[in-house]
Design a protein around this ligand. Sequence first.
Ligand code: SAH
Length: 251
Amino acid sequence: MISFVGAGPGNTDLITVKGRKLLQEADMVIYTGSLVSKDHLKCCKDSCEIYNSASMTLEEIVDKMEKAARKELKVVRLHTGDPTIYGAIREQMDLLDEKGIDYEVIPGVSSFTAACSAIKREFTLPNVSQTIILTRIEGKTKVPEEESLELLAKHKASMALFLSVRYMDRLVEKLKKGYGREDVPVAVVYKVTWEDEKIIIGTLKDIKEKVERAGITKTALILVGDFIKGEYERSKLYDPSFSHEYREASK
Ligand code: SAH
């Protein structure tokens, strides 16, 4: 069996129990070396074959998985965070489908939820935003025009931007245009849950300089929105005057 497994954002305790068990039993692990901690591999069997996919092509990766699967070996393809977000797993799965090889996908803790936890905030606040936009700015990979940051920012939803910290200049300009103001709170979280994690808090006005000063150019999540700082309403769920399925309103 081939298992695509989410390793979580960094700290090795943040993989799922299921993911850890698959790693312990694996005969072959192909891990995303650029972002997955090597410490995850400490739990693998001595006989486990280990490959770093950073220097491999899609075809090489799938070829290794195919050969192992045909020998009925257990393969883990270990991806950073949650594999379904910017994981480039679809192209691997499609090639496996073509070859008639079965696989499963085990979710993981994505870096965007880990980043929000690191700053001790909640994306979804009553009267602030009930929506989270996960996106990126255009880099080498194109982003559809309808999803330009400027247009998305007009929704005033809570946002988490992946793969974008290298382009702070362009990013801040587009967000300012979309929001129509400069005082929107921004948090940049570098290597969340790793030992060298860094958190930078600012607004659209000053975040670019702060990130530059901190020397952050990659492996960071950019969180944007009024959920980071400002007023919100209490939830109905724990409101004493509100009844629901599990609780009667108190007088
Ligand atoms: N599947 C991953 C995302 C992979 S894309 C997930 O669910 O988190 C790679 C991008 O994810 C990086 O450019 C960065 O924006 C973000 N990222 C991944 N790990 C991170 C971490 N530990 N800290 C901050 N950002 C991270």
